[in-house]
Design a protein around this ligand. Structure first.
Ligand code: UDP
Length: 328
């Protein structure tokens, strides 16, 4: 089977490309390298290209002839989405519509979509089930929700079209063999920033908000190891190609850690008492996001292997140290 991966040079995409390659799928990456890295693509063909460039995309589809598209290429920074919403509606919504049109026109009928827990906004119930209402509180979440709505309509209008939408919670960790990991030019994620602070790359780690209605006043998130998330994509692929109906799955472990808890594990793992500072809330952050992951376990038989926060942070730490060595 031939799988085209948009954003395959990015953090999550590159882990999925690696797993596809290891399992002997024919894989090709389509990526504009705006935030991804060519060295992160360990398997298959690589095509540099932008999703906005439909001619380029179509020529790649004609050359590679995929039967499935996995779509990772997107902008993902909540704060940036609040300051520059059009960037998010253009990159995440408009470009995905163009991708879907190009796919359909070229007879590709299976689609796996990188969605996000941000579509839930501030959920009424924790843990969050997939049928909880979508009511995002930032343009990033809205840009992804709009595609979910479009996918639903597309699947009802076209019986041959099938999709799986995976709603990622907080992804962290790196490849067990240490070849790939998060390598954004600008990192905004908590675990990455904590580890970079331990390495001395930042002077101190800011805690965004200590007055939330949570036990220690800081936000709670469900952190999932990137290799377990990659596995969820392979299971989705198998499900879709074996005739599974279009579906939506949460990708998280079903338990949460506060910002302060993450900091304390990061200090333990790095054996560094790095400085922290209490700061104002960051706009667009829901207080608690924890997945109900029973559906993906039941329907896809997903069996996570790294459901342990220390293990996740250790894996991210090994990668950060290596990255520092590579980048100097
Ligand atoms: N956070 C923080 N300091 C940082 C980065 C993040 O306190 O330097 C908090 C952030 O406000 C949120 C949690 O950590 O409550 C997780 O944020 P992250 O950006 O990692 O992921 P998100 O949940 O926004 O996708």
């Amino acid at each position: 089977m031939r799988v085209l991966v948009t954003g395959g040079a990015g953090y999550i995409g590159s882990h999925v490309v690696k797993l596809l390659g290891e399992r002997n799928y024919e894989v090709a990456t389509y990526d504009n390298l705006s935030t991804g890295n060519r060295w992160a693509v360990l398997y298959g063909d690589f095509f540099e290209g932008d999703l906005a460039d439909t001619n380029r995309l179509e020529s790649v589809i004609k050359i590679f002839k995929p039967s499935v598209v996995m779509h990772f290429a997107a902008s993902i920074i909540v704060k940036e989405s609040i300051n520059d919403p059009l960037k998010y509606y253009y990159n995440n919504t408009y470009n995905t519509i163009k991708l879907l049109r190009t796919m359909i026109q070229n007879g590709i009928k299976k689609f796996i979509f990188s969605s996000t827990a941000a579509v839930y906004g501030i959920p009424d119930e924790i843990p969050i089930k997939e049928d909880s209402p979508m009511k995002p509180i930032n343009p990033y979440g809205t840009s992804k929700m709009m595609i979910e709505l479009i996918l639903k309509d597309l699947a009802s209008s076209n019986r041959d079209f099938g999709y799986v939408s995976l709603r990622y919670f907080n992804v962290a960790g790196a490849d067990s063999e240490g070849r790939i990991g998060q390598a954004y030019k600008e990192s905004t994620h908590l675990i990455t920033r904590a580890l970079k602070t331990a390495l001395g790359e930042f002077r101190k780690l800011q805690i965004y908000g200590t007055d939330y209605n949570t036990p220690d006043g800081t936000c709670i998130r469900d952190y999932i190891h990137v290799e377990d998330l990659a596995d969820a994509h392979l299971l989705s692929l198998k499900y879709l190609t074996e005739g599974g109906k279009s579906n939506i799955f949460n990708c998280g472990y079903g338990r949460g850690f506060s910002v302060k808890e993450i900091i304390s594990v990061a200090k333990k793992v790095t054996k560094t008492d790095f400085p922290t500072e209490e700061a104002l809330r960051r706009e667009g952050d829901p207080p608690i996001l924890i997945a109900d992951s029973s559906k993906i376990k039941r329907v896809l038989q997903w069996r996570p292997r790294f459901d342990n926060i220390e293990l996740i942070i250790e894996s991210a730490w090994r990668w950060e140290m290596k990255l520092k060595e590579i980048l100097g």
